[in-house]
Design a protein around this ligand. Structure first.
Ligand SMILES: [Zn+2]
Length: 429
């Protein structure tokens, strides 16, 4: 399954109809929820989706609520399905109790049946039941067989999510990693091929606007309509930042996935655990906390999203991400394998106290990550060859990032990751 998300280019008349349908979806959710709560109060048991669908038909036929019948019934049935799922998650203690929906927080309008809609890619538009043709800001071609479309309001804009299914089977490539990526605070990430990925500059400007808008909200009188307006503006900036970041990340990960089949990345869950308030455990610096403070939360979210996108994009192409333990990747010399915090006296430069090797610290760490990823790949390959009872081809020396090393003489960073058993959690296959 694959999802595409495009903004709708609606005429005001189209927006009004969508707004009405969204309001109806909200009504259906709230009515069904209050009916369920009333049943519970009377000591009756939970009504299943099938029962709720019968209520819906009754509401659409009753004169006082017949306006609900204006909207296609499938989208309203989907709302009840979502409510049913929310209840089930609550019963299984996996989620909270369903809440009433407010204006602007409507359940999406989902059109579940591909027979009912049409996508015209030549003219970038979709046809939805009762709504007719709606134009899309289609930024990329849609591949695969259409499954469903969900239309949702975000702030003042409307978006369509198109889900498709592709049936092509992608052969898994059994190739070693060709790129290592180190995520950092000053740089967004450094690459083992000496490339540096700067954080999106536009986000800095947006952050200033964000601060401004936040201050504007806090200065307004609570409950005043000026405060409400300021909150709307703040929400719009938040959503714009999210869109820009997502767009930038998508371009970055697509570019990486097009050029490399297997990429080694630090396991961010481990990295975040070892990060202390003074920066990261392996790179304590004077201003790290101050520099990190504002950006930390934003960056954490971006790195997580980066790893997620990279993983699925590589998998579509038959490749994968190898996660490596980040321990010592920034302290260990990649040439002589001497490990010392002294190697990082300055934040930006790696300088080995044993052999004198000097390199940009982030690129050096990325090269160590590539080497560690290679070790993980090789161990898994050996394990799979042994399990199929074939004869493994043994090479005495392996070439990793321009350095010849013996496979048995693993470096500390590699050794640290070798100690972990290859589990689902450490390696995404
Ligand atoms: Zn060294």
């Amino acid at each position: 399954m694959r999802a595409y998300r495009f903004q709708l280019r609606c005429r005001p008349s189209g927006e009004r109809v969508l707004g009405r349908y969204a309001g109806m979806a909200r009504q259906v959710w709230n009515r069904a929820l209050s009916e369920q709560r009333a049943r519970h109060a009377r000591g009756e048991k939970y009504a299943s989706y099938v029962d709720m669908a019968k209520w819906l038909t009754a509401w659409r036929n009753a004169p006082e609520t017949s306006w609900l019948a204006e909207c296609p019934i499938h989208t309203q049935q989907q709302v009840l399905k979502r409510l049913d799922e929310t209840y089930k998650r609550f019963f299984e203690k996996r989620g909270g109790f369903p809440k009433f929906k407010k204006f602007g927080d409507e359940p999406g309008l989902r059109f579940p049946d591909p027979k009912q809609f049409e996508l015209d890619q030549v003219n970038s538009r979709i046809r939805l039941p009762k709504l007719g043709w709606l134009r899309l800001r289609q930024s990329q071609p849609v591949a695969g067989e259409l499954r469903n479309i969900t239309v949702r309001r975000e702030g003042t804009k409307w978006f369509a999510s198109i889900q498709t299914r592709t049936t092509d089977v992608v052969q898994a490539l059994d190739v070693p990693p060709t790129l290592g990526i180190d995520v950092g605070l000053t740089l967004f990430a450094a690459r083992s091929d000496a490339g540096k990925i700067d954080p999106l500059e536009a986000l800095k400007k947006q952050r200033r606007k964000l601060k401004h808008a936040q201050r504007a909200v806090s200065r307004k009188v609570k409950g005043s309509s000026n405060r409400k307006k300021a909150i709307v503006r703040l929400g719009n900036i938040h959503r714009r930042i999210a869109r820009q970041r997502s767009d930038w990340l998508h371009k970055l990960t697509t570019q990486l996935a097009n050029r490399h089949a297997v990429i080694a990345v630090e396991d961010l869950n481990i990295k975040n655990m070892t990060a202390s308030a003074k920066g990261t455990a392996e790179a304590p610096g004077k201003n790290v906390a101050a520099k990190a403070g504002l950006n930390r939360g934003i960056l954490d979210a971006a790195w997580g999203e980066f790893a997620r996108q990279l993983t699925y994009k590589l998998e579509w192409r038959g490749g994968r991400v190898i996660l490596v333990n980040p321990a010592y990747t920034s302290q260990e010399c990649r040439l002589c394998h001497h490990v010392s915090a002294e190697n990082r006296r300055v934040q930006e430069i790696f300088q080995c106290v044993a052999c004198g090797h000097t390199e940009n610290a982030d690129v050096h760490a990325a090269k160590n990550i590539l080497a560690a990823g290679y070790a993980v790949w090789e161990r898994q390959r050996t394990a799979s060859v042994l399990s199929t009872d074939a004869c493994p081809r043994q090479g005495n020396h392996l070439r990793v990032g321009g350095v010849v090393r013996r496979p048995e003489r693993a470096s500390a960073g590699v050794a640290a990751s070798v100690k972990q058993e290859p589990t689902e959690a450490t390696v995404l296959v």
